[in-house]
Each structure stands twice: as structure tokens, then as C-alpha cells.
Design a protein around this ligand. Structure first.
Ligand code: FES
Length: 167
């Protein structure tokens, strides 16, 4: 019997499994780069859009309501910066107006005013935000609600910008 000849089954089934499963370091690196690159590009795009909006004054200016039509203690719904971005305008006292995005910073549910506790409340996971600053008070949210910058122009309240990370 000659030992240099491969067994008969090897001729019928010539696949070498260890070789077949072997992934070269170069191929693995190529795979990592090709899968990471789209994510990095999307993140870069989001960052650029935010930078342009915040630092280049690209936020739209939208009229909300005449100040005279907003009684003290009332809450008004409006949309900013787009029609699909619900926000709340709060008239806390005679001189204080605050406006925040209505999207909870935890998982995006809609926050509503809680009359009893004097705060904004997210019913999804019991998150609470301060009425005067939008900062999280209790529950899972860790980031403040995005604040809408307001301006009073000739008695009309306008939304002029969104502060995504208000301090
Ligand atoms: S989505 Fe608001 S607390 Fe979870």
C-alpha cells in the first residue's frame, strides 16, 4: 500500500474544511472597514446637519401665536422645526415663556404637562422634566428636553431655533 496517495474519499470530496473556514486578517480588516464606513458617514452627515442648523442660523422662523392669546398657566401645542416635530409652549407667568420639544429624550414618547406635579410627564416609563428648564427630574431620561428659542416680534411669539443640548 502506498501512503503518498490520498484516500479514495478525498478524491470524491476534495474540500479542506479548515482552509475553507480560514479568514485572512486582511479580509477581516476589509470586512470591518466596509461595514463601519457607512455608519461613520451617516454619523458625520447628522453632525454636519446639526452644525449647520445651530451655528449657521439655519433654523426656520415660525410664528406660534399672538402673545395676547396665550393666557398665564396655559400650554399650547405647535410644531417645530418641521410639521412632524411636536412641541409645547408654556406660559409660566406674565413674563416667562418656555417651549420644548415634546419628544421624551429617553425613547421618544410624547411628554405632557402634569398639572399636579408642575412638571412635564412622560407616561411611557414615568419620566419627569422640569417646566422651567426641561431638565430631567426623575425616571429614565438623562438628557434635558430640546428647548425651542422664542422671540416676541410685535406681539407675536415666534420659534426661531432649537437648542438640542440646552445648558
Ligand atoms: S420614553 Fe419617556 S420615559 Fe421612556
Amino acid at each position: 500500500m502506498n501512503d503518498t496517495h490520498p484516500p479514495a474519499w478525498r478524491q470524491d470530496f476534495p474540500i479542506d474544511w479548515p482552509q475553507d473556514h480560514y479568514v485572512a486578517r486582511r479580509d477581516f480588516t476589509k470586512f470591518l472597514v466596509l461595514t463601519s464606513l457607512p455608519f461613520a458617514l451617516v454619523q458625520l452627515g447628522i453632525g454636519l446637519v446639526n452644525w449647520f442648523r445651530r451655528d449657521r442660523g439655519r433654523w426656520p422662523v415660525r410664528a406660534i401665536a399672538p402673545l395676547a392669546d396665550i393666557p398665564v398657566g396655559s400650554v399650547l401645542s405647535f410644531a417645530y422645526p418641521d410639521d412632524n416635530d411636536p412641541c409645547l409652549l408654556l406660559r409660566l407667568d406674565d413674563k416667562t415663556l418656555q417651549a420644548f420639544s415634546q419628544k421624551c429624550t429617553h425613547l421618544g414618547c410624547a411628554v405632557t404637562p402634569d398639572e399636579d406635579k408642575k412638571c412635564l410627564y412622560c407616561p411611557c416609563h414615568k419620566g419627569f422634566f422640569a417646566l422651567d428648564s426641561g431638565r430631567p427630574l426623575a425616571g429614565p431620561p438623562r438628557r434635558p428636553l430640546p428647548r425651542i428659542r422664542l422671540e416676541n416680534r410685535d406681539g407675536i411669539v415666534y420659534a426661531v431655533a432649537m437648542e438640542v443640548n440646552p445648558s
